[in-house]
Structure formats: C-alpha cells, structure tokens
Design a protein around this ligand. Sequence first.
Ligand code: AMP
Length: 176
Amino acid sequence: MKVVFLGPPGAGKGTQVEIISSRYNIPKIVMGDILRSEVSRGTELGKIVKQYMEKGELVPDDIILRIIGKYIEGLDSFILDGFPRTLNQAKGLETITKIDRVVYIEVPDDEVKRRLLARGRMDDRPEVIENRLRVYREQTQPLIDYYREKGILVEVDGVGTIEEVTERIEKALGLK
Ligand code: AMP
C-alpha cells in the first residue's frame, strides 16, 4: 500500500505516521526528517535547505523531487509524510509511482497553533508558525481537492486522543 499523509503542520501527522508505520510494518518516508538530518550533518544540501526551513518556506521542488526518488525506489509499500507539498511535487510523484490512498488529517487552525507552540521545534517560533500555516494554505491545501477529484482521498478528524485518531485512520485505510 502506497499512502500519503496530508494535513497542516501540527495536525499530528508525524505521530500517526509513526504508529501506523510500526504497527503494520510499512516503511515511512518523512521529508522533514530527511531535510533536518541534512541540516544537522552540515552537508552541502543541508546548507541550502536550512535557509528555507528556518523561515518556514518550502524548499524548491526540484531539490525535493531529486531526494524523494532515491527513497521510494524499489519499495512496493510506504507512507509519505511531508511530501508532496505542492501540486508540482504531486505531479512529479506520479511520474515515479502510483499512490493508492491519501489520508487527510483535519485539525482546525486554532488547535494547530496551540499544538505547534507547545512543541517548540526550531521552526516553531510564533512568526515562523504563521508563515508555515500561510505556505500550507497557499501551496499544500490545493492538493486536497486534487486527490479528492482522483477519488483516493480519505478524510480523518484529527481532533481527539492519539489512539482515537489512529483508529479512525485504520478504519479509513481498511486496516481494521
Ligand atoms: P515538516 O517537518 O514536514 O513540518 O517540514 C519542516 C520544513 O521542511 C518545512 O517547513 C519546509 O521548510 C521543509 N520541507 C519539508 N518537506 C518539504 C517538501 N515536501 N517540500 C518543500 N519543503 C519541505
């Protein structure tokens, strides 16, 4: 099963992807983690992507598409977290492989802001949070309609306990 997880920053994607990935033994590919690892190792790529990440901007599509291919290659099952984030990335992904399902985790704006402020990551400062939410609305939200029209979108209410949300996802994916 090839699955994409979509949702605003702070929707709990990372937590849910981790649970589903380990419970059902599906490899996860977390774009934010891949990029953060490049930054912390101080690689050439890391130096470039850091400038975008610390401002809450998206790293350019060509860089992201070059990275993702290597990770997806040869896998017949995976969960993608944090990719695709633009229509251009979604179309690039289609040239590499076919996605079966897209899980959209819905969480209202106020709740998202509250969760991000509580998390305290390098890019969770209030002014950067606002920017990431704006970038999400402008660039990533259109993917929801895009995948809905393709008939592969499943919508999951992201408000509740971690276990409640996990159960909704398991049902939506037909795992349970
Ligand atoms: P995340 O951990 O998914 O919230 O990602 C953290 C940051 O990494 C984002 O704010 C972007 O700067 C960058 N990033 C992660 N995934 C992507 C992507 N698919 N395209 C562009 N930038 C990305």
